[in-house]
Ligand binder design. Structure first.
Ligand code: GEK
Length: 245
């Protein structure tokens, strides 16, 4: 695994973060050292998919990066005639994801495609995964993305939504942010790396609170929406579309 050194040297001007070739080359190391609970979340996404995948349905991995969630789904899902649509809008991610997934054998076919998740069609879905992707969509477009997912889900289908979340400008929020910085320091990131990454990401990643996320999911029509994982200001939610009566 290549080590993430992208922000280890001072940058004259820190540009907005992009999912380009440099990031792709170090992505597994970067996400593992930056997102508390990442491996636990990815593993349990596969187990949730095992519980909710329906025969003859599609599982969507939106903002798939190198396909970690798709691999977890392939490891655990037992339903018949299931396929995965793995989608990312970064051409560099998509090309690396294709070769990465091709290295693993599985009964479950995966189609990796380059597309913008604000523009895609979703149908016959039993499981939709947004693992740390919605946070990169402009806030005003998020409702439409989630509504499109809800409409494309089969009755009883689920959305797994993982996000970095905000707690507002509270003392508790500052405390969780400090715990996250300490997590990064302990994983070998310097103060310079932490601060340059924060500058690079702040314009492109707008955070929302957990209650805001859960209320929006319920507004859209998910009858159950809850947080199944949280570590500091990183959380994963499970939302279920009601079954037909
Ligand atoms: C994982 N889910 O390892 N359309 C499609 N993809 C997008 C869009 C968009 N509009 N905007 C951003 N992306 C992965 C981790 S990373 C999270 C997801 C992170 C893609 C972007 O190219 C990147 O690959 C991914 O969303 C976010 O389980 O880096 O913090």
């Amino acid at each position: 695994m290549n080590k993430d050194l992208i922000y280890s040297k001072p940058h004259d001007k820190v540009a907005d973060f992009k999912f380009d070739q440099d990031v792709v080359a170090v992505f597994p190391d970067m996400i593992q050292r930056s997102v508390p609970g990442y491996s636990t979340i990815v593993d349990n996404i596969g187990l949730l998919a095992q519980q909710f995948a329906q025969d003859n349905s599609t599982i969507y991995d939106l903002g798939c990066s190198l396909g970690a969630a798709s691999l977890s789904v392939r490891k655990y899902v037992k339903a018949n005639n299931v396929k995965i649509e793995a989608i990312d809008n970064s051409p560099d991610m998509v090309s690396r994801c294709k070769s990465h997934l091709a290295a693993f054998k599985s009964e479950i076919p995966v189609n990796v495609a380059q597309a913008d998740i604000t523009q895609i069609n979703i149908s016959d879905a039993s499981v939709v995964i947004l693992n740390f992707t919605l946070q990169f969509i402009p806030p005003e477009q998020r409702y439409a993305v989630l509504k499109n997912i809800f409409d494309g889900l089969l009755p009883g289908g689920i959305l797994i939504l993982s996000e970095k979340v905000s707690l507002g400008h509270s003392t508790a929020d500052e405390s969780l942010i400090e715990l996250h910085h300490e997590f990064k320091r302990r994983n070998g990131y310097s103060e310079l790396e932490i601060s340059q990454k924060r500058t690079a990401i702040e314009n492109i990643m707008k955070l929302e609170s957990l209650p805001f996320h859960l209320n929006r999911l319920k507004d859209i029509g998910f009858t159950e929406a809850l947080t199944w994982f949280q570590c500091f200001n990183f959380a994963s939610m499970l939302a279920i579309k009601p079954k037909l009566d």
